[in-house]
Design a protein around this ligand. Structure first.
Ligand code: PMP
Length: 428
């Protein structure tokens, strides 16, 4: 494949944008080489500036669950844009999407919309702190909740990829209020509550971790967290930015039958436009400004185009819940196929999957937390990534990421992908 124009564009961008990108993992730094510049996307495919076509397993890092340029989403964006792009006043569509989201997700009475997953998680912990009148939070190593200060402590995703999980610029004062636990380690959490009695406002967790590759919660882990929170009058925050409206209509809460106290959303809820949200029962949400004391705001929050794109996406999922089963089946098929061809190749690997989130780690030991995720062989991953790119398959340019499956993928695409992986596995 020829990447000449992408390389030129990246070269120019680096003079004007730090590292040439507006979000670090896009830079291909972990795998080497230059990023591809995408010109257009349709269904399950990306088309770059050099005219190359790729089957897309990133899907904008999760939002494009229905596929790129999905007609009902695009049409409503175009129609709404003709009426104006931002008013700074309430609009009817905000209530419509709120009603729809609340009807789909268990255990929430009210929802507030923001413009990113980062804002959703940042606001959720402020609300939890305000509501409980306590200051500390527990987060899990390898989980990523956006780039706000409290979360850049042993964070996954790009922060792990670039080896700066503890970012300069985060003050000691902030860092001391974030307690760290190992994912899937309930004793570790109990210990933290013992050591910080009466001081912990909330536990925040990705109910299925997706930012150290895909790491499922062990049996009863989420349920036990809930019990500990009840015993200690702390709140359980599910960061469902990846899992929400993807693993099930009601996300991970529905899948694992665990009620969180606050739920954060992003990605799918915006249908590809910049949207995040957080939601909870009335008694918690009524703590928010303008009716409660916890302040939170946004000039572009509830933006009319973003709300319309999100509504069209959620509506499609709500009216056709078989989509969840369909993407799960496609991902299971892919899982089985990759497993078969990698077994034949004799390489050490582990595949983790929950529903339509899947990742391949190049290590044979089970991947259950950040430490085991870090054991993966990165050199093999780099070759795997570039081999697949050459075959027209776009996976995330880091081993610490999950692949997101879209309904637009066909079984033909999956068969092609599996045979490409077989071909590439011979070169590893
Ligand atoms: N939480 C999780 C679980 C995420 O995966 C991400 C982003 N990948 C975020 C929060 C932050 O979302 P955003 O990038 O929209 O700020």
């Amino acid at each position: 494949m020829n990447y000449q124009r992408s390389s030129q564009l990246f070269h120019e961008a680096q003079q004007f944008i730090p590292g040439g990108v507006n979000s670090p993992v896009r830079a291909f730094k972990a795998v080497g080489g230059n990023p591809i510049y995408v010109k257009q996307a349709q269904g399950a495919y990306l088309y770059d500036e050099d005219g190359n076509k790729y089957i897309d397993y990133i899907n904008s890092w999760g939002p494009m669950i229905l596929g790129h340029a999905y007609p009902s989403v695009i049409n409503v964006i175009v129609e709404k844009a003709k009426l104006g792009t931002s008013f700074g006043t309430p609009t009817e569509m905000e209530t419509e999407i709120a009603k729809l989201a609340i009807s789909m997700v268990p255990n929430i009475d009210k929802i507030r919309f923001v413009s990113s997953g980062t804002e959703a998680c940042m606001s959720a912990i402020r609300l939890a702190r305000g509501y409980t009148k306590k200051e500390k939070i527990i987060k899990f190593s390898g989980c990523y909740h956006g780039h706000s200060d409290s979360f850049l402590i042993a964070a996954g995703s790009g922060a792990s990829t670039f080896g700066v999980p503890n970012s300069p610029g985060v003050t000691q004062g902030t860092a001391k209020d974030t307690l760290l636990a190992n994912y899937n380690d309930i004793d570790n959490v109990k210990q933290l509550f013992l050591e910080n009695k009466g001081e912990i406002a909330a536990i925040i967790i990705e109910p299925v971790a997706g930012n150290m590759g895909c790491v499922p919660p062990k049996d009863n882990f989420l349920q036990e967290l809930k019990t500990i929170c009840i015993q200690n009058e702390a709140l359980l925050i599910f960061d469902e930015v990846m899992t929400g409206f993807r693993l099930a209509r009601g996300g991970a809460q529905e899948l694992y039958n665990v009620d969180a106290d606050i739920v954060c959303f992003g990605k799918v809820i915006g249908g590809g436009l910049p949207v995040g949200a957080f939601a909870a029962r009335n008694e918690i949400m009524n703590y928010l400004s303008p009716i409660g004391p916890v302040y939170q705001a946004g000039t572009l929050s509830g933006n009319p185009l973003a709300m319309a794109a999100g509504y069209a996406t959620l509506k499609q999922l709500n009216d056709n819940p078989n989509i969840f089963e369909s993407i799960n089946n496609k991902t299971a098929y892919l899982h089985k196929g990759i497993d078969r061809v990698l077994q034949k190749s004799g390489i050490d690997f582990t595949i983790n999957r929950v529903g339509s989130m899947i990742s391949v780690h190049f290590d044979k030991a089970p991947v259950v937390d950040f430490n085991t995720a870090k054991n993966g062989d990165n050199d093999t991953f780099k070759k795997f990534f570039h081999g697949l790119l050459q075959e027209g398959i776009y996976i995330a340019p880091s081993a610490y990421e999950t692949w997101f499956i879209t309904e637009a993928l066909t079984y033909q695409d999956l068969d092609y992908t599996i045979s490409a992986i077989e071909k590439v596995s011979k070169t590893l």
